[in-house]
Design a binder for this molecule. Sequence first.
Ligand SMILES: C[S@@+](CC[C@H](N)C(=O)[O-])C[C@H]1O[C@@H](n2cnc3c(N)ncnc32)[C@H](O)[C@@H]1O
Length: 245
Amino acid sequence: MSALKQSANSFTCSLARVSERSLKAATTYMLRRLAKFLRPALVLVAVFAVIGLAGVAYQGLRTLQRLTFVEADRDRWQRPADIIRALDVKDGNVVVDFGSGAGYFTLKLSDAVGPKGEVIAVDLRNLSLQFLRIRALLQRKRNIRIIVGEPDDPHLPDVIADSVLILNTYHELSNPQTILRHISQALRRGGRLVIVDRSQAEHPLSPDMVEADLRQQGFELIGREDSFIKDPEQDLWWLIMSTKR
Ligand SMILES: C[S@@+](CC[C@H](N)C(=O)[O-])C[C@H]1O[C@@H](n2cnc3c(N)ncnc32)[C@H](O)[C@@H]1O
């Protein structure tokens, strides 16, 4: 009886071993088939990923080139040196470039404040700020802080800035009074706010309107040039200088 039981046991064991081995073999076979089937698809995905990345890199490089070209042309008529003078920038100052875009003026201000100073660039558009980030990195400008703002809140720290520039941006603000209030909070007493803009068909804006906004928010007007620039398209730009009382 016990011999019978033993042989039954050994039969069951060898059966289990055989089925384990054949299960392993079947699994290996299936995995090999699957890998063979998937390999071309994986290669195709990798090729598309590389082509996609190369396309993005190419577009990025072209945009960087275009920015350099457009800004070099803009330097000829935008009067950047006079804008920096109006901001009264000194070595070591903290200056805000509100509505910085890809950083046309942020990069200039970075040199103006020097390595001990700081430029805070605020914008709503992440993509523009990414280009600013890349350009600051390529030009080794380490004194630039980037803030992604919201339409009614630039997220600026209180009492941080010696001066603020709003260049070619005021006309886009949906709530200028709210923005001016935030900027006033971010400025030190006696700090400068310089606004440079023009009137456009889709955003009519006059220096009188901006001056009224500034007075309402408690800024003191210290200078105004209604014919600051006539650009190549014959648009008239004005500049308004004010201080925080
Ligand atoms: C015409 S672009 C000018 C960019 C830059 N100042 C220049 O002169 O090259 C206006 C910029 O203001 C930004 N902007 C508009 N409203 C804003 C807001 N409420 N807060 C921050 N940025 C704003 C836009 O995203 C855009 O990048």
